[in-house]
Ligand binder design. Sequence first.
Ligand code: F6P
Length: 370
Amino acid sequence: MTVSAIRRIAICTGGGDAPGLNAVIRSVVIAATNRGWECYGIRDGFNGILFTERYADGGVFRLTREKVRDIGHLGGTMLGSTNKGNPLHFPTRMPDGTTREIDRSDEILEYFAKKEIDALVSVGGDGSLTIADALHKKGLRVVGVPKTIDNDLDKTMTTFGFDTAVAFATECLDRLHSTAESHQRVMVVEVMGRYAGWIALHSGIAGNAHAILMPEIPFDLDKVVNQIHARDADGRMYSVVVVAEGAAPKDGHTELVEPAEIGHAERLGGLGERVAKALQERTGKDTRVVVLGHLLRGGSPTAFDRLAAMRFGAAAVRGLDEGLSGVMVALAFPNVNYIALEEVAGRMKAVPMDSDTLQTARDLGICLGD
Ligand code: F6P
């Protein structure tokens, strides 16, 4: 089958932001412009199309080389993002006052047809890539780009944003060691990551944590208490404990800030506080908690994330130029490759139990709560 030549593409960023999004945008715009294509940015996920009336510029605007000058090193996304606007399940107020999820994806296809935009580069996590897959199956030319600080997307060795989050968490752990030691305290550090422990494990090892609790290993707090006592007995009177927001005790449940509702997923958080309180009670040691939260999502991308983002953006444009659709750009060292979106959509990549990184933590004597 021959595919028609591209003249215009659009790009959108969806889900929680991650350092490197602006680098992808810049890379896509320059690679597309160099091919003579016009490029358009959709604001706030797909809201720029679903609510054009809310935006002074109509919600979709021309992205030129000028518009993306000097943005590659900046955090956030110049397009805006949302994790509440899934067009396949759009929360909509009904005349009877109830809220229901409506499929508004046809409006996106109609918009692309009306504006003669030939293809979409959709940058996002599992939610955005699932939407991209659905749009592709309805006939839109789409290439996805994997983004998330959580690193929980399948079929790519890593996502951009993850390295920056790990680097920052590690720096925080380095700083917390000295104050914990000065006061002979237990320092509990809660990190993001949803239902995967990548950020906790990588930053915990790099930042010399003494215990790491992660969703993949239901924990027994006694093991952490024993680790703290053993360190005390050895004259090392302080401990640093990294807690992934999605971790849960063996006989307990994940801590939530907010349950799932129509239009948004559940919000994790609060485990750090609970673990700190329990450790203080059970060890008798002064304990403090630090929640890194959204600090992990902000700031400039590391060189690794910038480069990955720019490679992903350029590869997305190359893929479209070669006639690909319904694929995600993935990192498969030393190169990037393309994976069918349906192989990625709705799948989560947890830390494998046979991972050597996990084994490294054990070999170093880090308590994993089991
Ligand atoms: O997926 C990225 C992430 O930062 C998770 O680690 C975290 O659980 C979630 O997003 C927080 O989302 P929100 O932006 O709704 O606070």
